[in-house]
Design a protein around this ligand. Structure first.
Ligand code: GLN
Length: 487
């Protein structure tokens, strides 16, 4: 999978990527990049990812460089171990050139809540002829740097072949769509989270950005492994069962695929260009012989409230470890004798993280937990069941009856990826209330709540417009295969 580009060109281009678009939280020194690249060429030239250049989000831990989650809280943090996925990538021969900018602790949809400042969208839709212009647009978040890294070109060349991000409620798919690249998040538990800093652990997944589908698939194949160090990793028994089920579903190749369009996604507020691109896309599917059917998943309308109840609640628990004793930098003048306790240390969190902590504590507090947290869990189960009864492919976790061989079942669901197109960085940063940012997750969050494998593909060239393809839980290969018929 070697990419024909010179490493000298890459090394010269990296500082430009940084100064133009603020892509990296940390960039490896040139000498280290060169040495690593040459070592691979010499010792493992035939490994799967040899010759590729990559970057990883700064909430994925690495032993030899800081992992900051773009937070003042972890500015000096270095992990004592390296994430499983980084080891797998390194063994497969890629050269990782840096850790990418992001919304702090992966909370956000715009790529503006970072202690390093916002990432700028490098899409040629905004920077015609690579001129900097005045039109600095957001990349989308929270994996903002990873999306921008893959999207950006220098002198017309791609520099980064692929990048890893994390997707809890859309943080791979949304920036991929805003930056006109492919973004894929696997089924929950497919890719190891050992060494991925938790935001909301029942939703967190790792995702892959690339411009080129074969590269994305190659990276997925490398990462698609059971990891005994991650208690939520999908075990081998279930992985094998899914492979057998996929073989049984081969009838999908003979019959026209049935593609579902969710009625509840038909939102007034979708941007008109996105709407028209989506309609064109449906037309193209029909021309290709696919059967497009309207479907109803009523619980989808509760997705945003479910997510913004559960995710902040889990975040409260995960972020409690940043007390300056276990993790985070403790202020030397503060100690437990001071009435402030951890407040000085905890004020190292940025505004958006603080908002989420307040929300999460509210949702979990004894008088509200039953109506909020418990209710959201029940609604999440209803949503998963409704998805299950739509798909032909059975869900190996819930064991709900599937529509295998049933003419009514569907193979995949499509929708736009985002409600709107990227806005100006300056405008986004001056908005005090983030509700628009929350609404923009409307299409991405349902698949996160149900743990479904989902891809976003750019459908209007360099325009920041993406279409999302969702498959049943476990049907990652199906989503990737279907995507390949659309490229
Ligand atoms: N935008 C969502 C949030 O801020 C999703 C974030 C994510 O996927 N990491 O919670």
């Amino acid at each position: 999978m070697s990419q024909a580009k010179s490493i000298d060109h890459v090394i010269k281009a990296l500082p430009k990527l940084q100064s133009r678009y603020n892509i990296f939280a940390h960039l490896e020194p040139s000498t280290k990049i060169l040495q690593r690249y040459n070592d691979i060429q010499k010792n493992q030239p035939n490994s799967t990812l040899a010759g590729t250049i990559s970057a990883i989000k700064d909430n994925i831990v690495t032993q030899d460089s800081n992992t900051t989650c773009a937070s003042q809280m972890l500015k000096e943090y270095k992990s004592p171990f390296t994430a499983t996925i980084v080891k797998l990538l390194s063994n497969a021969g890629t050269t990782i050139v840096g850790k990418t900018n992001m919304d702090e602790f992966a909370m956000g949809s715009l790529g503006i809540h970072s202690c390093y400042g916002p990432t700028i969208n490098p899409s040629r839709a905004f920077f015609a002829n690579d001129d900097m212009g005045k039109r600095e647009m957001v990349t989308g978040g929270s994996s903002s740097g990873s999306a921008a890294a893959v999207s950006a070109t220098i002198d017309g060349d791609n520099i980064i072949d692929f990048a890893l991000g994390t997707d809890t409620g859309g943080s791979v798919r949304l920036p991929a769509s805003y930056c006109s690249v492919l973004g894929f998040k696997g089924s929950y538990g497919r890719i190891s989270r050992y060494g991925v800093v938790s935001f909301a652990q029942s939703l967190d997944t790792v995702g892959i950005f690339a411009k080129d589908l074969p590269i994305l698939r190659g990276v997925f194949d490398v990462l698609n492994k059971y990891d005994r160090k991650d208690p939520t990793s999908l075990n081998d028994l279930l992985r094998n069962e899914i492979i057998e089920l996929s073989d049984k579903c081969l009838h999908r190749l003979q019959n026209p695929l049935r593609i579902g369009i969710v009625q509840e996604f038909n939102q007034e507020s979708v941007d008109k260009d996105i709407k028209s691109a989506f309609h064109d896309f449906i037309g193209q599917l029909m021309e290709k012989g696919y059967t497009v059917v309207p479907i109803s998943i009523p619980s989808i309308k509760y997705s945003l409230p479910i997510y913004y109840t559960l995710a902040p609640s889990e975040a409260v628990s995960n972020l409690s470890r940043y007390d300056g004793i276990r993790f985070g930098t403790r202020d030397p003048n503060e100690d437990v004798n001071n009435e402030a306790f951890f407040s000085k240390t905890r004020s190292n969190f940025g505004t958006e993280v603080r908002n989420r902590l307040i929300l999460g504590n509210y949702n979990l507090s004894s008088s509200f937990a039953h109506n909020n947290y418990i209710q959201a869990q029940k609604l999440r189960v209803n949503l998963i069941n409704e998805f299950d009864f739509m798909f032909k492919f059975p869900n190996v976790l819930t064991r709900n009856k599937a529509n295998v061989g049933d003419d009514n079942g569907i193979d995949f669901i499509i929708s736009p990826t985002s409600l709107n197109k990227p806005t100006f960085v300056r405008r986004a940063m001056s908005d005090k209330i983030a509700t628009d940012e929350y609404f923009n997750d409307i299409f991405t969050i349902p698949a996160s709540l149900a743990g479904l494998p989902t891809m976003t593909i750019p459908i209007r060239g360099n325009e920041p417009i993406g279409i999302q393809i969702m498959g049943q839980y476990g049907d990652d290969q199906g989503v990737l295969d279907f995507t390949s018929t659309l490229m």
